[in-house]
Design a protein around this ligand. Structure first.
Ligand SMILES: [Mg+2]
Length: 96
């Protein structure tokens, strides 16, 4: 049975906020980046999503392995990072 939508949304948003916090801890709250820098960072993260999708895709073709759950977790983490970088870019734009 599918999980309730609000429960899923809450978990996803909390994951993104936790990643935003982690990013600020790592890089500082005000990074003063150009839009080109933000775009490059976002594109790098999107590329990592593509890599993670390929990794998961092997399981879809050849069947699940003992690594399947970890690969899905890695894909989710990369998607969260994409969302968090997009939010960081929006935060930067809003603060200008
Ligand atoms: Mg990443």
């Amino acid at each position: 049975m599918a999980k309730p939508k609000k429960t899923v949304q809450k978990k996803v948003i909390e994951s993104i906020l936790a990643e935003r916090f982690r990013q600020d801890q790592k890089w500082g709250p005000r990074r003063n980046l150009t839009l080109a820098h933000w775009h490059t960072i976002l594109s790098e993260e999107v590329g990592e999503v593509a890599e993670a999708v390929l990794d998961v895709g092997h399981g879809e073709i050849y069947g699940p392995t003992e690594r399947t759950a970890a690969l899905f977790a890695a894909l989710k983490a990369e998607l969260v990072q994409v969302a968090a970088v997009a939010i960081a870019t929006l935060e930067d734009l809003e603060s200008r």
